[in-house]
Ligand binder design. Sequence first.
Ligand SMILES: CC(C)(COP(=O)(O)OP(=O)(O)OC[C@H]1O[C@@H](n2cnc3c(N)ncnc32)[C@H](O)[C@@H]1OP(=O)(O)O)[C@@H](O)C(=O)NCCC(=O)NCCS
Length: 201
Amino acid sequence: MRGIWQTGKRGSGPIAIPEKTLSNHCLTLCAIDVERDAPEWYIAMQEPDMHVWTGNRVPDDIDEVRELLLGYNAHPDIMVWCVRDGQSGSMVGTYWLAVPFTSEGKRISVDAQRIAKPFWRTGRTMAARRLVYRYAFEDLAVDAIHASAWEGNVNSCRSMEAAGFELVEVKSRFNAKCGQKLNERHYVLTREQWRRVYHSS
Ligand SMILES: CC(C)(COP(=O)(O)OP(=O)(O)OC[C@H]1O[C@@H](n2cnc3c(N)ncnc32)[C@H](O)[C@@H]1OP(=O)(O)O)[C@@H](O)C(=O)NCCC(=O)NCCS
């Protein structure tokens, strides 16, 4: 894993910050810079619709967002990029990819993202997915990417389906925000499916 990730000691454990900036004509995905990104992400996170189906909430102040972003950078198991628009430079969102792990003989990663509402369904999410999946399958040599979303998170489910993910399981699980059990949909994007979807368009 070393060599793929910048690893080192920060706080209590190792960290996995993406060492590679990913970019195309539309977007740049770079490592999170807490001081640069927190003010913009604080404004984006004032939109309640962004948090309905996630563990996040509307932050009280910029310090709360700094803590959140610092937490991402200190997390040993995920790499998180700041997604920026290629034209305006505005912060589009955050994108996470798990450090690959082995399960049943396959090399697996997991992804998730938070896209600011003004950028929903503008093509940015798909452009970010393209960059991250190429990195995951080609540079990190993963066999499959797993992801999940609550059934009610129509945006996320439809977005994953449009990106080539296949539904593999629906499981009932307690949702702390709603205070009740809800269905969670589990998806997989295999290398073969990725090739089919992303090399055909
Ligand atoms: C989930 C999220 C990343 C999806 O990104 P998005 O930009 O909204 O959606 P996408 O552009 O990827 O959607 C791709 C396609 O999926 C389909 N789709 C997406 N949302 C849809 C909806 N609400 N209804 C019907 N189809 C939808 C459409 O076919 C769309 O393509 P089109 O816009 O050209 O018609 C984004 O909404 C988000 O960050 N939400 C808040 C945080 C969150 O829920 N993150 C995921 C946690 S699991």
